[in-house]
Design a protein around this ligand. Structure first.
Ligand code: F6P
Length: 362
């Protein structure tokens, strides 16, 4: 039976999105002869004026190694909470019926939503309103449950690890503390794994509120032992036991979306105030999300794209593709968004770091 698939990428971008799009188009066209339409700029392209383009085999040629997303993305455009101007003021309204009407006009049979927690929650809401939906999980933070890992994460860990290797030489030459702020709103996976791979001396993650006294004591201990420099990796969502997350922009200022950032500078000030040690801050920011996906992420993203089409062929709507062990399978989207995949403070990875002599925030 002939089908038309619409696909969108929502939320922050991440290396591997184009590999998913290519996997969907190639398998939909080659195995089934189906048509694929690309929605532009995430849900924005479905809520306001309909924005889409035809995705045939030519349209996805050469995109496998490319970072970002050829469709564009947005972390705005939540149809269940969409900013609408009323009497000169922005008000958040539920415009999901408008989205469903637009989707009907598009003439597509099913939507593939590629995104993180926010995008998948919207996808689940639309599924509950009757839209046939299949989800593909993405986030460099690796904080989605129901999949062992998300594509983009490994690439981010590689980028941070390379940065830590480079920062070692300059930190050591100048006898400085170097604080490296990395992404991770709620989950400290990037900080923890790159910190282990890049031989950090301290790793601060959101799951383990840190003590600045203990951090200073750990750095001082290293000095006593002859290491006159230290590398501290801080996830952007980390916070002191007596403090809270550091925000650049609050949810009220930014239509419900908090923008994190700045904890690295806070940690640096704490180090400089308790130790006589010159300290510098490096915020890696969106460098962690940009550029080409590494081979593992290209392969996983391609498998996810192909599996999403397989789920559609089996009419398994409301499902999301996920890696479980060695297999890519379908799981309920509802299960994936029920709670986040966080680092276990008492788990093997944290214990490994601590056994290696890395201070993990406590
Ligand atoms: O969700 C992934 C993520 O990388 C977070 O770690 C970070 O807080 C966020 O994206 C930043 O996204 P943006 O600057 O695009 O809003």
């Amino acid at each position: 039976m002939s089908k038309t698939i619409a696909i969108l990428t929502g939320g922050g971008d991440c290396p591997g999105l184009n590999a998913v799009i290519r996997g969907v188009v190639r398998s939909a066209v080659r195995l089934h002869g189906w048509r694929v339409l690309g929605i532009e700029d995430g849900f924005e392209g479905l809520v306001g004026d309909l924005r889409w383009r035809e995705l045939d085999l030519d349209a996805v040629r050469g995109i496998l190694p490319r970072g970002g997303t050829i469709l564009g993305t947005s972390n705005r455009g939540n149809p269940f909470s969409y900013p609408v101007e009323v009497n000169g003021k922005l008000e958040l309204q539920d415009v999901s019926d408008r989205l469903l009407e637009n989707f009907r006009q598009l003439g597509a049979d099913v939507l593939i939503a590629v995104g993180g927690d926010g995008t998948l929650k919207i996808a689940q809401g639309l599924f509950e309103k009757g839209l046939p939906v299949v989800g593909v999980p993405k986030t460099i933070d690796n904080d989605l449950r129901a999949t062992d890992v998300t594509f983009g994460y490994r690439t981010a860990v590689t980028i941070v690890t390379e940065a830590l290797d480079r920062l070692h030489t300059t930190a050591e030459s100048h006898h400085r503390a170097m604080v490296v702020e990395v992404m991770g709103r709620d989950a400290g996976w990037i900080a923890l794994e790159s910190g282990i791979a890049g031989s950090a001396d301290a790793i601060l993650i959101p799951e383990i509120p840190y003590s600045s006294e203990r951090l200073c004591a750990a750095i001082e201990q290293r000095r006593q032992n002859g290491s006159r420099f230290s590398i501290v990796v801080v996830a952007e969502g980390a916070f002191a036991a007596e403090g809270e997350k550091t925000l650049q922009v609050t949810a009220e200022q930014n239509l419900g979306v908090e923008r994190l950032g700045g904890v690295g500078h806070q940690v640096a000030r704490q180090i400089e105030s308790c130790l006589d040690m010159e300290t510098r801050v490096v915020t890696l920011g969106h460098l962690q999300r940009g550029g080409s996906p590494e081979p593992f992420d290209r392969i996983l993203a391609s498998r996810f794209g192909v599996k999403a089409v397989e789920l559609i062929a089996q009419q398994k709507y409301g499902q999301m593709v996920a890696l479980k062990g060695q297999q890519v399978v379908g799981v309920e989207i509802a299960q994936a968004i029920s709670r986040l995949n966080l680092v276990d403070p008492d788990g093997e990875l944290v214990k490994t770091a601590e056994s290696l002599g890395i201070m993990v925030g406590r």
